[in-house]
Design a protein around this ligand. Sequence first.
Ligand code: KG4
Ligand code: ZN
Length: 399
Amino acid sequence: MNPASSHLGETVPAKTARTPTASAPTASAPTVRATTVAGRQTVLGLETSCDETAAAVVRLDAGGRAEVLASVVASQTAAHAPYGGVVPEIAARAHVESIDAIAAQAMAQAGLAYADLTGIAATAGPGLVGGVMVGLAFGKAAALARGLPLIAVNHLEGHAVSARLGADLPYPFLLLLVSGGHCQLLEVEGVGACRRLGSTIDDAAGEAFDKIAKTLGLPYPGGPALEALAEGGDAERFQLPRMLLGRKDCDFSFSGLKTAAARLAEGLRDAADRRDLAASVQAAIARQLAERSDRAMAAYATAREGRDLRFVVAGGVAANRMVRARLQATAAARGFSFTAPPLAYCTDNAAMIALAGAERLALGQSHPLDAPARPRWPLDEAAALASPTHAPGRKGAKA
Ligand code: KG4
Ligand code: ZN
């Protein structure tokens, strides 16, 4: 079935759903207000920005260490698989149907009542706005009913703090955020304090994995399927273009790689050939991520005079073993420590949203109940506005 002609409306290639159309309205940032909550935080987090309905309870102690008391993720993969990508309308409806039960399950797993919470955090964007509205509305209603502060969390900020869920990782650190909709290098000073060093000028890394996987006939979601196919393949077999070689910045580009891989995939029938192409593609993506991260590490180390040399990779693509291994080796060569979230917290989850909310709450921040759902919401807004290369294109800003 041609997804574009479906009565269900437009489909979005797997996980590229987080890149809304250029005409989507941009709401203003939710205003942060001071709250009186301090010390230990226990926060229910809600995540509904793409195709996972997730709820989690995270406790943050006064020293800033996080403990996940519960984390429930209901994936909609099966519902979207026949269309080869996320169908926004199906996603929003599925969130509506399950958010109640998923939140209740997380609270039960944590063994807590709402009275034990100090706040409720919900993803407020960026993402598919129909889904974002479901989790945010649920969070607002629960916060109002229970008299708890609401924290409207940027999904990317959730990914940015996610490595702190599994490790004692202090701020500041250099972050490579690689997901289905985003690919950027950021200096992270703390929650709400990120400075972007580079970003993709076209596709995100996860988007490249997904689209190339599709041309190889692999099922959605493509990233893990391509990694599985690449197992044992010859990564040297196919020469793929190296993008932005003439540039000395920390930006990424994957569209040329995608086109070249699609052409090569067309003629391949043999299983071994397809395996080699998958391995070559995976290696090419990992190489670009490592090269740009290496450049960012060099600049970061100079700016910090050799202090705080911590490198973190987060987001769905951080689940890829070759990507992790290349980045780990790069970090070691530059004298950086290396941290990646546990696999469950690489892809979308609510524990990272709860943690971002808890950290903001600990700083005395929360949001009013009219906080808007934002289809687009760059982490480093100043950089996104200043850089014309990252202006919204046909598929919207890659924030
Ligand atoms: O962070 P995430 O769950 O959602 C977004 O915020 O976008 O990332 C999903 C992306 C998808 O593009 C998926 O194919 C990719 O992460 N991904 C992987 C792997 N696991 C997930 N890519 C390559 N290898 C993997 N093992
Ligand atoms: Zn994500």
